[in-house]
Ligand binder design. Structure first.
Ligand code: 5GP
Length: 124
């Protein structure tokens, strides 16, 4: 079954400039901005500019350039926020929700980067 993508989702509107965002980083293939309802001192959303609904959709259909750009941009945000363990930071969490069981609200693939405070242990 082909992957489905709803281009009326809120992140698609942000990418088209129809809704403002608080940009943290923009690269050729990636946009990162602060979550509108932060769950931690640092709460950044990282999205590919391409039309992908989920992690598996992104990994299956994105180009090598998009994949690399997204991974490097994510690492750069972590470093720039002072969260990186290799740079004296205290750590962070990276998660991606997918579909109804994953609790995904916005059907455009995104990572949540949270940190800046103790986050506790979370596996569900
Ligand atoms: P999900 O549950 O899909 O993984 O998370 C979606 C996230 O998008 C939520 O944390 C929510 O606060 C955030 N969000 C929803 N609408 C907007 C918006 O218009 N702007 C920003 N910056 N974040 C949004």
């Amino acid at each position: 079954m082909p992957f489905d993508y709803d281009n009326q989702n809120i992140f698609a509107k942000i990418l088209r400039g129809e809704i403002p965002n608080d940009t943290v980083l923009e690269t050729e293939h990636t946009l990162a901005f602060n979550d509108i309802t932060p769950q931690a001192a640092v709460h950044v959303l990282v999205i590919p500019k391409g039309a992908y609904a989920s992690y598996d959709h992104f990994c299956a259909e994105a180009s090598e350039a998009e994949l690399a750009d997204f991974a490097r941009a994510t690492a750069r945000i972590i470093a720039d926020a002072g969260l990186s363990l290799t740079d004296g930071g205290q750590g962070y969490r990276v998660i991606s929700n997918a579909g109804s069981h994953g609790g995904q609200e916005v059907p455009h693939y995104h990572l949540h980067i949270t940190g800046g405070q103790p986050l506790g242990r979370m596996l569900n």
